[in-house]
Write a protein that binds this ligand. Structure first.
Ligand code: CA
Length: 225
């Protein structure tokens, strides 16, 4: 079954171009031209991925991203002309999976979407419970000590990598390699943001603080129980 991509973009020509390129690769798309109906549409139709412009009439893409993350871990790319680092980090902190900067090549956007779906599908369906965690890749669900963690796809993948060898220290560079197979402009600190979000979610769910530890100057690891 084809995957459905929601495109939220107020410039009709850009939206139409993305629809064409996505259709060429077998994706179905639906376009919304302003921010007002986005949350309802996502709740009703559960798209497989969202491409969303930040500057939208009606509602801002960052606010929409934050609201969507309250109920969904759907992969979400923000499209932005604001390239300041603080804006990009802010977007990652509120749960965007990645950024696409304008002007972009529609071909590259499609390549990144396909790469994301490949990575999501690349993990084995069910990892055994390890260090207190169990992961289900089909549903992108992670449990810690039987508490469901509401993770974004990227947070899920960071966790899956750390759990591959509990106790092993993974450098930021190693984690980046696992997350971004195509070479595009990503900030090292994005990893810190994902780790910070993971820790907060694990703590909110279980009350435990030191599940993922930092090794100064080296990277991160999951403590073996
Ligand atoms: Ca716009």
């Amino acid at each position: 079954m084809g995957k459905t991509i929601l495109i939220v973009e107020d410039e009709p020509k850009l939206a139409a171009l993305l629809v064409d390129y996505l259709a060429h690769d077998g994706f179905d798309s639906h376009c919304l031209a302003d921010g007002l109906g986005v949350v309802d549409w996502v709740k009703k139709h559960a798209p497989d991925l969202i491409l969303m412009d930040v500057m939208l009439p009606g509602r801002d893409g960052l606010a929409l991203c934050r609201e969507i993350r309250e109920f969904s871990a759907v992969p979400l790319f923000l499209i932005t002309a604001r390239i300041a680092e603080s804006d990009r980090l802010h977007g990652l902190e509120i749960g965007a999976d990645d950024y696409i900067c304008k002007p972009y090549s529609p071909k590259e956007v499609v390549a990144r979407i396909k790469a994301l779906f490949r990575r999501v599908n690349g993990f084995s369906a069910q990892l055994p419970s390890i260090a207190g965690f169990s992961l289900n890749k089909e549903r992108l669900e992670a449990h810690y000590e039987n508490h469901l963690l509401e993770l974004t796809p990227k947070e899920f993948r960071v966790l899956a990598v750390l759990l591959d060898k509990p106790g092993k220290v993974y450098s930021r560079a190693a984690l980046m390699d696992c997350l971004y197979e195509d070479d595009h402009d990503v900030l090292d600190r994005a990893i810190d943001t994902h780790i910070k979000n993971l820790r907060r979610k694990i703590q909110d769910a279980s009350g435990k603080k030191e599940v993922i530890t930092s090794v100064y100057g080296m990277g991160y690891k999951i403590e073996i129980c």
